[in-house]
Design a protein around this ligand. Structure first.
Ligand code: VGL
Ligand code: ZN
Length: 211
């Protein structure tokens, strides 16, 4: 498949230490996306990253709800919320990007999850779709029409970012070998792919872009 990278962004979702092996919310083999993304970066002129960036009192952390454990569900500001281990706390090592990920060509970093009262999986909006990171306006002002999504985790932040991207009218591609799922339940990654596909996200392998 010939891909045209004009008016395209390489969007790198949450490739941060806490989502990598050894991190607080580790994605199995998550580090394998780093060399793939670094190679892809050579092909794109326009690159943007997102960063999960929580205050220590964030409502998605099980530790902030007495008697609750990661994986349990609560209601947070009217929405069902999965509780997570403490992760990507502002100023912590875990919130930093993988040290091998080359940020030299990044046009901007969009931070999310800063409001303690609501989680924010998508790089565009919070989970209630009220708060806006500014990413949509930024891309539209730059004439971006095609969004190529990479990063972590395939079944959470990557999925919701890709779904919002489609709904905003961008031609949206998931680069399938540049993402990995956290798989809280073993089939979550596969289910996320099915959900993205039926919403109109196209799948592409990095080799199709690099060739
Ligand atoms: C993410 C769970 C909680 C992600 C962020 O980046 O996929 N997952 N916060
Ligand atoms: Zn988070």
């Amino acid at each position: 498949m010939a891909v045209n990278l004009k008016n395209s962004v390489l969007l790198i979702v949450d490739v941060q230490n806490d989502f990598l092996p050894g991190g607080a919310l580790a994605v199995n083999r998550g580090d394998e996306v780093v060399p793939v993304i670094n190679t892809l970066q050579e092909k794109f002129d326009f690159i943007v990253a997102t960063q999960d960036f929580h205050p220590a009192d964030h409502g998605s952390f099980a530790a902030n709800h007495s008697g609750k454990n990661p994986g349990e569900l609560i209601e947070l500001d009217g929405l069902t919320q999965i509780l997570w281990p403490v992760h990507c706390v502002q100023g912590s090592e875990g919130a930093e990007f993988h040290e091998d990920l080359n940020p030299i060509k990044w046009k901007a970093i969009f931070q999310k999850g800063r409001n303690p009262a609501i989680d924010s999986y998508s790089g565009f909006f919070d989970n209630a779709r009220k708060g806006d990171t500014g990413l949509a306006d930024f891309l539209q002002n730059e004439g971006i029409m095609n969004v190529f999504v990479t990063g972590l985790a395939q079944d959470y932040c990557v999925k919701f970012t890709a779904l919002d991207s489609v709904s905003l009218g961008f031609h949206t591609y998931l680069i399938t070998d540049a993402t990995r799922a956290v798989n809280l339940n073993p089939k979550d990654g596969e289910a996320a792919l099915a959900e993205m596909q039926s919403a109109g996200v196209k799948f592409i392998e990095s080799t199709a872009i690099l060739d």
